[in-house]
Structure formats: structure tokens, C-alpha cells
Design a protein around this ligand. Structure first.
Ligand code: AMP
Length: 551
């Protein structure tokens, strides 16, 4: 395909505001791309290489400005280009605003030397750019780019400049390309989506859809050594998790850097969340996986910095190691890193993306004996709180809540993985009631009714009950503290005179008819007794109203 034809289609796509029409235009472009389909699929997204491919053009904006200036003629320098950029706001417009007459002019008179740019030849030039490194390479890149701009029409120059700087800006996102592939080659969107997830290669998937249809797409699998996008989490609450699923899988949220570890039976590759190869920076991870794994695997996890006792260190310490290219051995002496694996995408030749989380975790435990995150399955808020308290006390960031039956969706930030929002605020509430426990806790008060102060009225209105976050020892202390204030008893329930103030954590405040105040705390948790506060110092209903409104 001539690059001029690609550029003219790109102009049309850029001008099209409607999403559906955009998909149709991209579909037509794919249908006409023939042998260049793979490159066109990427160019249209402003990508030169597939996402898993490590190669980069490594051309800075200044080199592009200089190349444009040189191609524009003797009277133009890089400062002029920058001035136009300040004016026009975008490099494509700037490139299109010059007339790179030179070679094209000569070519028009049959003087030769100015063959038209094609998608294919441009991709070759980009490969050369990417392969050019070392001393003086920016000059070589500048020469090469100059040669390209020199042959470009204004429309071609617009997209050439944007491609080189990876800013295509024609409104074609990943979803558009996915839908356009499906439309063009009459295959289903989910089939395209799945093939994209496992290959991370739009060009390959487009070609497969065209040449082999849905059956061919289904043949794509994960490739050990080729990274895929990580599954991501949304912010959520424990209440969300326990209300949406029968049970939640609760895990420590490690404060480190995300890694995907590939072991092909011979060598280990470690990739960052952006699929950058960070293997060389993390020899401990490589050594650990080499010694632990017997057959090829793809693992997902977090790399954390640890102290001499294996306790986690803050995230900043990991950064001193991650992506480091020089003096790795020295850095390793200063900061030790360890893998905390929490998922297994592939084991023993089998892709596990469609297996439920709990099965993937079992496989993970089968391939790694240590360094695996514990997974706690529960439907009990108290257990969630206990896992969280333990995680925080051990110096971790918090907890993740995952749907036990969730499949692994690369690149998706869905509702199946939740990172629990830490409590932003606490409320100081007066304890106005409690219940005697059962069995071994029959002598202890528990399930405390908590209330907030109604300003100036000297009254207290209920807002919830706390039973979570309290150890047996604490229950004994709280019973001793509250028992003298019992006013009446009805079955197991006791009414307490307002005397003791609890600091209470919560996830959210909801309007609710259940309690007198008209509000209820979601996932309320005991934090501490406020010895320093009297009931008159407790938080007021007005503060509750304000917090609820600010959510
Ligand atoms: P955030 O960076 O706040 O968006 O939180 C999501 C990130 O938490 C993930 O991308 C992981 O890097 C990290 N993380 C830490 N522990 C876990 C875990 N057990 N499961 C999933 N992600 C985790």
C-alpha cells in the first residue's frame, strides 16, 4: 500500500466523529491493506511494533524537529519548527505546514531518486531506525528521517511525524481496531478479543482473522517468553465484595512492582507491568524461579524489597532495583528483592486464563513451594478485617479482594479484582448498647451498638453496630469498661448509658432507615477506645451528614 493512500484514509478517519462510522472506515482500510495488513493494523493506532516487541524507534522530538527543518529547506531551522509547534499545537500539523518540495519536485519531472513512500518501505526504515544505536546514532537517525520527510507530501508528513513520535491522534483505540478486524473478516468480537489478549499482537490477529477465520484465532495461545497485559483491579470495598459474591478471596496487597515471570524451561524473563523486559535488574527473581520451577510457566506477581528478616520494605526501595541497568550486583547488596507470586497464567503447556482464580492459585502452589501469596476464602467481614489487620501490621499496603471464580482477563480493570479502599476517615461514636456473646464468649460483651451525638440536644442516635476488628483480649477489657454502665437488659441485649467513646473505621456512610440517625456505616470496624473523649466530645450527626454528602 502506498503511504499516500494510508495517509488519505487516516485523514478521513480523523475527520469522522461517529464511532460506528470510524469502525467502518478502519474496516475498509484493513480490507484494502493486502500484504501490509499487519503493519497497517499497528500504524492506524500509532504503533510501529507489536506491544510485546521490545524495539523502540528511540527518536526524540528534537531529532524530529531537526529533520523537518532540514527537509523544509535552507531558510528553516529547528527553532522555526518549534515556534510553529507552539502556534499549531501538534507536530503533525507542523510537518504538514511545510512544503518539502525537493525530491518530489524532481520526481515529478522524471528525475528519479524520489520513489513514493510505501507502508512497507516505511516500516523497513523504522526497523533501521530502531536498530541504530550507539555513538552518533542520533545523527544517523536524523539523516534517515530527513530522507523520509524529504519524500513526503504534506499529508504524508503529517502522519509520518505523528507515527515517529507515537501520537497518532485519529481517534482509533484498541476497541475500534478489534471491532474493525471482526467486521472486516467476519469473525466474532470475542474471538478477536481473546486472540489479542493471548498474543498481544494486533497485526498477527488481523492476519489470522483474514487468512484462517475464527478457527485460526482459536489456535492462538500464550507464548512463554512473550508478555501479555496484566489484569488490573478497581477500587472497591469489602462490603462490595461480600455483597456481590458468595465468598471473597482475600489476599495481601503487596507494595512493590508488578511483574510477569516467564520460564520456558531454559531461561527466565521478567517483564514489568508495561511489558518492558526487566530481567537483568532482578537476578534474585531469576534464580528463585530457575530453582523452583520444573516445567514452563507464566507467573504473575509483585516484586517487593525485603529486609534481612524477609519483612517488606517500602515501595521506594524496590524502585532502586527495578529497571536498573548498571551496577546491579552492587544494588543487590544494598536492597534485596523477592517475588510474591499471586497468579499462574500458564503451567505444563496449559493456558489457565479461563480457569477460575482458585484453580489458578492451586496450580501456582503446585509450581512454587514458597513466595506464593496466601489466599483466604471467606464470606465473613470479620475474617476480611483480620486478614487486613495482619497485612497492615506486617507492613503491607492492604488487601485485594478477588472473585474466587474469576477468570484472568489481560489488560482489564474490571470489578472481579478489587483493591480495598483504606478507611479515609474514622468516627468517634458513643457506645449505647451491646450484646452478650455466645459459647466461649458468653461472659463477654460484643456487637456494640454505636451512636453519634445530636448537636445541642444532649442525645445520641444509633448509626450502626461494630463486631469486627476486636480480639478476645480486647473484648475482655471492653466488657470490664462497659459493664458498670449497663442500664437494662433484654435477653442478650443490654442498653448502656453513654460513657465510652469508640473510634470506628468504616468504608462508607449510607442513608438507612435501620438506625435512628437515618444513616448506617458500611463495614464498621473497631479501631480503639478514645479514653481522652467524653460522650459530649463524640462526633455529631452534622459531621456524619457532611461526610455522607462529600462521598
Ligand atoms: P494500584 O497500583 O493501586 O492500581 O493497585 C493494583 C496493583 O496492586 C496491581 O497492579 C499490582 O501491581 C498490585 N498488587 C499487589 N498485590 C497484589 C495482589 N495480591 N493481587 C493483585 N495485584 C496486587
Amino acid at each position: 500500500m502506498e503511504f499516500a493512500a494510508f495517509a488519505s484514509r487516516a485523514t478521513e478517519i480523523e475527520a469522522e466523529p461517529a464511532d460506528l462510522e470510524t469502525v467502518s472506515l478502519v474496516r475498509d482500510l484493513f480490507l484494502d491493506a493486502e500484504g501490509d495488513l499487519s503493519v497497517v493494523t499497528r500504524f492506524v493506532q500509532g504503533r510501529v511494533f507489536p506491544a510485546w516487541d521490545e524495539r523502540k524507534l528511540d527518536v526524540g522530538p528534537n531529532t524530529v524537529y531537526a529533520a523537518i527543518a532540514r527537509a523544509a529547506g535552507q531558510n528553516v531551522d529547528a527553532a522555526d519548527v518549534e515556534a510553529r509547534l507552539a502556534d499549531l499545537g501538534e507536530i503533525g500539523e507542523v510537518a504538514a505546514s511545510y512544503d518539502f518540495g525537493g525530491q518530489r519536485g524532481l520526481a515529478a519531472f522524471g528525475a528519479g531518486g524520489g520513489e513514493d513512500l510505501t507502508v512497507d518501505s516505511l516500516f523497513d526504515s523504522f526497523e533501521t531506525l530502531a536498530a541504530t544505536g550507539g555513538d552518533g546514532s542520533q545523527d544517523t537517525k536524523l539523516d534517515l528521517l530527513f530522507g523520509l520527510f524529504n519524500r513526503a507530501s504534506p499529508e504524508e508528513a503529517r502522519f509520518l511525524a505523528r507515527l515517529v513520535l507515537s501520537e497518532m491522534r485519529i481517534g482509533v483505540g484498541e476497541g475500534t481496531v478489534r471491532d474493525a478486524i471482526a467486521e472486516a473478516f467476519d469473525v466474532s468480537v470475542p474471538a478477536v478479543e481473546r486472540a489479542l489478549q493471548v498474543t498481544n499482537d494486533y497485526g498477527l490477529v488481523a492476519e489470522t482473522a483474514r487468512d484462517e477465520g475464527e478457527a485460526g484465532l482459536a489456535e492462538h495461545h500464550l507464548t512463554v517468553g512473550r508478555p501479555v497485559q496484566a489484569m488490573l483491579a478497581q477500587t472497591g470495598t469489602a462490603a462490595d465484595a461480600l455483597e456481590s459474591w458468595d465468598e471473597a478471596a482475600v489476599e495481601t496487597k503487596f507494595d512493590g512492582a508488578r511483574v510477569q515471570v516467564h520460564w520456558d524451561g531454559e531461561s527466565v524473563s521478567v517483564f514489568s507491568r508495561n511489558m518492558e523486559d526487566v530481567t537483568a535488574a532482578l537476578p534474585e527473581v531469576v534464580e528463585f524461579v530457575e530453582s523452583a520451577c520444573e516445567s514452563p510457566v507464566i507467573l504473575d506477581g509483585e516484586v517487593v524489597a525485603v529486609d534481612d528478616d524477609g519483612e517488606p520494605l517500602p515501595f521506594q526501595q524496590v524502585l532502586r532495583r527495578f529497571r536498573r541497568k548498571h551496577d546491579v550486583a552492587k544494588a543487590r547488596e544494598d536492597v534485596t528483592v523477592e517475588l510474591r507470586a499471586f497468579d499462574c497464567l500458564h503451567a505444563d503447556g496449559e493456558d489457565l486464563l479461563d480457569a477460575p482464580l482458585t484453580d489458578r492459585h492451586d496450580r501456582l502452589q503446585a509450581v512454587l513451594e514458597s513466595h506464593v501469596a496466601d489466599l483466604t476464602l471467606t464470606d465473613d467481614p470479620e475474617t476480611v478485617a483480620a486478614v487486613e489487620t495482619e497485612a497492615l501490621e506486617s507492613g503491607h499496603e492492604g488487601i485485594m479482594l478477588k472473585a474466587p471464580d474469576s477468570t484472568y482477563s489481560p489488560g482489564k480493570r474490571g470489578k472481579r479484582w478489587l483493591k480495598r479502599k483504606p478507611d479515609v476517615e474514622t468516627l468517634d461514636c458513643v457506645v449505647t448498647g451491646a450484646e452478650w456473646g455466645e459459647g466461649r464468649r458468653a461472659e463477654l460483651l460484643g456487637t456494640f451498638e454505636i451512636s453519634v451525638r445530636v448537636e445541642d440536644a444532649g442525645e445520641f442516635e444509633t448509626i450502626g453496630k461494630v463486631a469486627t476488628g476486636i480480639t478476645d483480649d480486647e473484648l475482655a477489657e471492653l466488657t470490664a469498661l462497659l459493664e458498670p454502665h449497663i442500664q437494662s437488659q433484654n435477653g442478650k441485649a443490654v442498653a448502656l448509658a453513654p460513657a465510652v467513646v469508640f473510634e470506628v473505621g468504616f468504608e462508607e456512610i449510607q442513608e438507612s432507615p435501620t438506625y435512628d440517625s437515618g444513616y448506617a456505616l458500611r463495614f464498621p470496624r473497631y479501631v480503639a477506645v478514645r479514653d481522652d473523649k467524653e460522650p459530649v466530645d463524640a462526633d455529631s450527626l452534622v459531621r456524619v451528614e457532611r461526610l455522607a454528602a462529600a462521598q
